[in-house]
Design a protein around this ligand. Structure first.
Ligand code: ATP
Length: 445
């Protein structure tokens, strides 16, 4: 049974202990809600991104890849509506200097009116009236700050896709319907970030914009809703922890026709980590208007011209990483001892196997090294000869490594090794020269 109490604290501590995620600039006291991925974390997130890329770009003929720059022409963000509208209302406490979103449920007050009590210091009458705060990070391009142009760090990757839509269409010779997929960093100066890597100021998105003929958008919306759920189930996430949440009229962006969040039941409640949106022709129409460049599509078969509708699937790579880590985290009793194990799907586990010489003598290390050198040609494999075998197993359980391979006295006699399964804890003997094949069968995703 996954524990429900302070599981986030335990996960943050495991993430640090095992090298998944560290606080940014930790030796300087850290930077608020910015995180670094350590040796295991970078592998886990990379495996998720690669799996997404494969499903979107390599397995489909109708989607092309793109890697657009983070910095874009400032007019992009006027056209997209971010300069005028990407804002959150915030209030400050004049006493303790803390800052909150005005819609923070902890703030008691009449909606839209100055609020009455600070949720941190408890002072009354010290909260300012709500002010609008733009979430985009600004910086300056050019050597002289005063004369330089203000540019933004992109708050989403999607706009890089829209402004390249014609370039990709023409160079790839795709026809509508077709899509463009991109993975990249995005930045938001969130007022109330938190919950570890759930809401951060620098994060990575995996976005795919699918361009369709108006009138076919509802069908494609349904298609992509199902595809995305299927993909998530393939990551091994428990289906009962996943659900769709359809945006109500109040939640819906003004340009969107429909939006469904994919939510996961985190220890801090049901929360979105991916969205499927019907964005209509809003973005392309606005870019056509602001750039003065025609972004219409000519359907050669029917001679019709139209601005395509866009069905978007927008996922956070970091939030998806958090979903798989939370979902995989288990504590259990094994022979009277507590065991913490990350039951990660083998296809995304950072390490696929770990090799252990039972003791550091009698030819075991030499044989273990040979086996390790052979396996690492195929899989990210770890070699560990430090401490008792039980401790070595425990470390790999916490790392989510699906297989532990032990070289013992018998191995030096008959060339067989034991393979321990992370989840069932069963150990079986396998001939060392069949090991790569044995793992391949079990790691096939
Ligand atoms: P939220 O309501 O949580 O702020 P959003 O609706 O603004 O999210 P979108 O703009 O739809 O999110 O972004 C798509 C995805 O990008 C989200 O589902 C999430 O996975 C990811 N994402 C957005 N903001 C952040 C953030 N600050 N930190 C980490 N991931 C984020």
């Amino acid at each position: 049974m996954p524990p429900t109490d302070n599981v986030m604290d335990k996960l943050v501590s495991l993430a640090k202990r095992r090298g998944f995620v560290f606080q940014s600039s930790e030796i300087y006291g850290g930077l608020g809600s910015v995180w670094d991925y350590g040796p295991l974390g970078v592998e886990l997130k990379k495996n998720i991104k690669e799996r997404w890329w494969r499903a979107m770009v390599h397995d489909r003929e109708d989607i092309e890849g793109l890697d657009a720059a983070i910095l874009m022409h400032p007019k992009v963000w006027e056209a997209s509506g971010h300069v005028a509208g990407f804002t959150d209302p915030l209030v400050d406490c004049k006493h303790c200097k803390n800052r909150f979103r005005a819609d923070d449920p902890r703030i008691k007050g009449t909606p839209g009116e100055p609020t009455v009590q600070c949720p941190v210091c408890g002072s009354k009458g010290t909260l300012t009236a709500p002010r609008m705060f733009n979430l985009m990070f600004r910086t300056f391009m050019g050597p002289v700050e005063e004369a330089a142009a203000v540019v933004y760090l992109r708050p989403e990757t999607a706009q890089g896709i829209y402004v390249n839509y014609l370039n990709v269409l023409q160079s790839s010779r795709q026809k509508i319907p077709f899509g463009i997929a991109q993975i990249g960093k995005a930045f938001r100066n969130e007022i109330t970030p938190g919950n570890f890597i759930f809401r951060t100021r620098e994060f990575e998105q995996m976005e795919m914009q699918f361009f369709v003929k108006p009138g076919t958008d509802l069908e494609w919306f349904e298609f992509w809703r199902h595809e995305r759920m299927k993909w998530l189930a393939g990551l091994g996430v428990r289906p009962e922890k996943l659900r769709f949440h359809q945006h109500t009229k109040d939640e819906l962006a003004h340009y969107a026709k429909d939006a469904h969040d994919v939510q996961y039941e985190f220890p801090f409640g049901w929360q979105e980590f991916e969205g499927i949106h019907n964005r209509t022709n809003f973005d392309l129409s606005r870019h056509q208007e602001f750039s003065g460049k025609k972004l219409e599509y000519l359907d050669v078969a029917t001679n019709e011209r139209f601005i395509p509708y866009v069905v978007e699937t927008s996922a956070g790579a970091d939030r998806t990483t958090l979903v798989v880590m939370v979902d995989a985290y288990h504590e259990e009793e094994v022979e009277g001892e507590k065991r913490v194990v990350l039951r990660l799907h083998p296809a995304i586990a950072p390490l696929k196997a770990a090799v252990f010489p039972l003791v550091n003598k009698d030819g075991m290390p030499e044989l273990a090294r040979r086996i390790f050198d052979d396996l690492r040609k195929h899989y990210n494999t770890f070699y560990d000869d430090g401490g008792s075998i039980g401790r070595r197993y425990r470390r790999q359980d916490e790392a989510g490594t699906p297989f532990g391979i032990t070289i013992d006295g018998q191995s030096t006699q008959d060339g067989s090794v034991t393979v321990r399964d992370r989840d069932t804890l069963k150990q079986i003997r396998v001939a060392a020269d069949r090991l790569a094949e044995y793992l391949a069968e079990r790691l096939r995703s």
